[in-house]
Design a protein around this ligand. Structure first.
Ligand code: ADP
Length: 701
């Protein structure tokens, strides 16, 4: 019985030893001790000593206990140093106990250290293929070792000891050695497994904590069981503060995107748990304890046990989208502002893509296009909106801008409003480019200038009318002046003729009356001529006219006057004939006007020279005098109606101030030109240039 008790005690000790060994290795705090041989040696020594204390004395001086097993296993599993340390402690204790077997026991323990260490080295060299068998052998060797030393050194008592202890020892030692090794390796395995578990947990924890997303783990009832560091930061609470918090559904409320309250029952994790369906990217807001309203995008995924349809937990990933949401709200506000702005502009604004299809348009453009909203225009081209002939023009403009990449600026176009009324538009189209500079469409702005054009036209008409009235006013003024002067002369002469005492005197006054009457007739002729010429439908009777003959005829007409004034009139031309297609009566009138002016405005004894020359396909008649000439200022006006450089002088000459305008009108009616060169006090040269016959054939027709 006492043997069994001792056996039991030793087995308990073995368990205690392996348990403490395991503890030493599992505990983080004791980690640095667990690697220390001295601690191991001490531990095994203590247990060896304790096993010795619970030994039974087989017979006086000879005891049986588990010390050998402890030494053997310490040697085989921990190495020689640990075994030696433990062995020393036990040897010392054995010697303190004293008795007959102390010496052989000491030697036996030393040998056991060596045997155990031998197995340690075999194990390290991987020679122990079958560990269980090896440890049974180790135990057996341990028994043999202690029996040998007891027999050899135990004296007469030794033999007795061998005889009595051999059998129990041969059973106890191998079994205990194997048991101890098994327990130790079991603990070793446990330690390795839990160490690996701890390591992997730490790794996953580090990964979770390093994530940018917050991760939240909640149990089936919605209680939060775990959060990573990012989630703690995002939520503003530590895990301790929220761990095991009452179910989300009851304890939590947030905000929907529109700002309304989102009850806990609608939290995506709660929905995922309730329905078993994953919830993705649900945007919700909450009040952060220090940072105010924050916004999260939450995705919740339910977790299922194999074969179960009811989730046992849920994992939610949280992304803080506050900044993004605020930025988007800002962009939206700016977009709304821009939209309001372009919608309140009366100009028509539209955007088209590279295929000239509408992409966007403002309210004014929607109205003229007959649609309520810009969306109705999207994808349509000008052909879908405007009549064909207008659409073709608009489309051509669009394609020019898109293909050339050049803007069309302020081009005037006709369009129609939704009622079909024509509108005038001032349109600018600017190409739209992407970042690479490629044209991807255009922006167009059209301004309705119908009213403006109308006003401008009315203004112009008014100004023209005003000018006409002014001209008429001046004309009547000039005319009345031109008539009043000769009429007053006639009046005076008539009175004087009545009072004349001699026939000579009366004759002189009557001559004066005749002269003024002639002047009035002349004036009236010029007026009628001018008015006839200014009519749009003036009719010329074209025929071949020889300018040489015309000039010679007109020279005849002024010959008397030239002679009276003792002027020299010459005509010089190398041409026998200067043919032009002309209305003879009118062309004669034009030349006569110039010739009469030359005679009138050249003092007595002066010179007048007429030449005709061919200039390419034209004929030029030049009438030059060395008369009074025309000032620079007057040169600008002499072709105006009724303009006379020197009023008093012209009255003398009987001029109407219509001669030059009539000449110019006639010459221009013959597709010709009139030039004037003059120097005040030195003379003037007037030139008429007319197309020569062969080039004016078309005029004849
Ligand atoms: P008028 O009947 O008064 O001659 P015109 O229209 O023929 O009217 O000429 C306009 C004015 O031009 C004249 O009044 C005169 O002052 C000036 N003028 C025309 N021809 C000559 C000229 N050869 N030499 C100087 N002045 C001239």
């Amino acid at each position: 019985v006492s043997l069994l008790i001792a056996l039991g005690q030793n087995i308990v000790l073995v368990f205690a030893l392996t348990y403490i060994d395991g503890l030493l290795r599992l505990s983080k705090r004791l980690e640095r001790w667990s690697k220390n041989c001295w601690v191991d040696g001490l531990l095994y020594g203590i247990f060896g000593v304790l096993s010795m204390a619970s030994a039974i004395e087989v017979f006086p001086g000879f005891i049986m206990d588990a010390r050998g097993v402890v030494i053997l296993v310490a040697g085989a599993t921990k190495g020689p140093l640990v075994a030696t340390l433990a062995g020393c402690m036990m040897v010392i204790y054995r010697f303190i106990l004293g008795g007959a077997g102390a010496f052989p026991s000491g030697i036996g323990m030393a040998a056991a250290v060596c045997i155990g260490s031998g197995f340690y080295f075999l194990d390290r060299a991987n020679r122990l293929k079958h560990r269980s068998a090896a440890f049974l052998i180790l135990g057996t060797l341990g028994v043999i070792n202690s029996l040998v030393w007891a027999f050899l050194l135990g004296g007469p008592g030794g033999l007795t000891y061998v005889q009595k202890a051999a059998l129990p020892l041969l059973v106890f030692y191998p079994v205990a050695t194997l048991l101890l090794e098994k327990l130790l390796s079991y603990h070793q395995h446990n330690i390795q497994t839990s160490g690996a578990l701890l390591e992997s947990e730490a790794r996953y924890r580090a990964v979770l904590d390093a994530m940018d997303e917050g991760v939240l783990y909640a149990s089936a009832d919605g209680s939060i069981l775990g959060v990573n560091a990012t989630a703690e930061r995002m939520l503003g609470h530590t895990l301790e503060q929220i761990r095991g918090n009452m179910p989300l559904a009851l304890n939590w409320s947030g905000y929907r995107e529109d700002g309304s309250i989102l009850p806990g029952a609608e939290h995506p994790s709660v929905i995922a748990l309730r329905t078993g369906q994953p919830q993705s990217n649900v945007v919700l807001g909450f009040d952060h304890p220090t940072e105010g309203r924050r916004w999260l995008s939450v995705s919740s995924r339910p977790l299922f046990n194999d074969g179960s349809s009811k989730p046992y937990a849920v994992v939610a990933t949280l992304s803080d989208i506050t900044e993004r949401k605020l930025a988007m709200e800002q962009v939206e506000r700016e977009r709304d502002l821009l939209r309001t702005l372009i919608d309140s502009i009366p100009d028509y604004i539209f955007i088209k893509d590279a295929g000239a299809r509408f992409v966007n348009s403002n309210a004014a453009h929607n109205r003229i296009s007959g649609v309520a909203r810009a969306e109705e225009l999207i994808g349509k081209t000008a052909f879908d909106v405007f009549p064909l002939h207008l659409a073709a023009q608009f489309h051509a403009d669009d394609m020019t801008v898109i293909q050339s990449g050049q803007a069309l600026v302020n081009v005037e176009r006709t369009s129609v409003d939704k009622d079909g009324h024509e509108r005038r538009m001032l349109t600018t189209k600017v190409p739209l480019r992407n970042r690479d500079g490629k044209v991807i469409g255009l922006v167009g702005i059209s301004r309705d200038i119908t009213e403006r054009e109308l006003v401008e036209r009315q203004k112009l008409e008014l100004a023209t009318e005003h000018q006409r009235v002014m001209l008429l006013h001046r004309f009547i003024g000039d005319l009345s002046h031109d008539f009043r002067t000769p009429l007053s002369v006639i009046g005076t002469s008539t009175y004087l003729a009545g009072k004349a005492t001699t026939p000579e005197m009366r004759h002189k006054h009557l001559e004066r009356i005749e002269e003024q009457t002639l002047h009035i007739r002349h004036l009236l002729d010029d007026l009628l001529e001018m008015s006839a010429l200014e009519r749009e439908d003036v009719i010329y009777h074209f025929e071949e006219v020889n300018l040489v003959d015309v000039v010679q005829d007109e020279m005849q007409h002024v010959a008397t006057l030239v002679a009276e004034r003792r002027q020299t009139l010459t005509f010089c031309t190398s041409l026998r004939e200067a043919c032009v297609i002309a209305d003879e009566r009118h062309i004669k009138r034009a030349i006569a006007n110039l010739l009469e002016n030359a005679v009138h405005y050249t003092p007595d004894g002066g010179r007048i020279a007429i030449t005709i020359e061919a200039r390419g396909k034209e004929h030029a008649i030049q009438i030059a005098d060395n008369g009074i000439g025309i000032t620079q200022e007057d040169q600008r006006h002499v072709f105006e109606h009724f303009y006379r450089a020197d009023q008093a002088r012209s009255v003398d000459t009987g001029g109407s101030g219509l001669g030059l305008p009539i000449t110019r009108k006639i010459v221009e009616g013959h597709k010709g030109r009139v030039h004037m060169e003059s120097e005040h006090g030195k003379g003037s040269t007037f030139t008429i240039v007319l197309p020569a016959c062969d080039t004016t054939a078309q005029l004849a027709s």
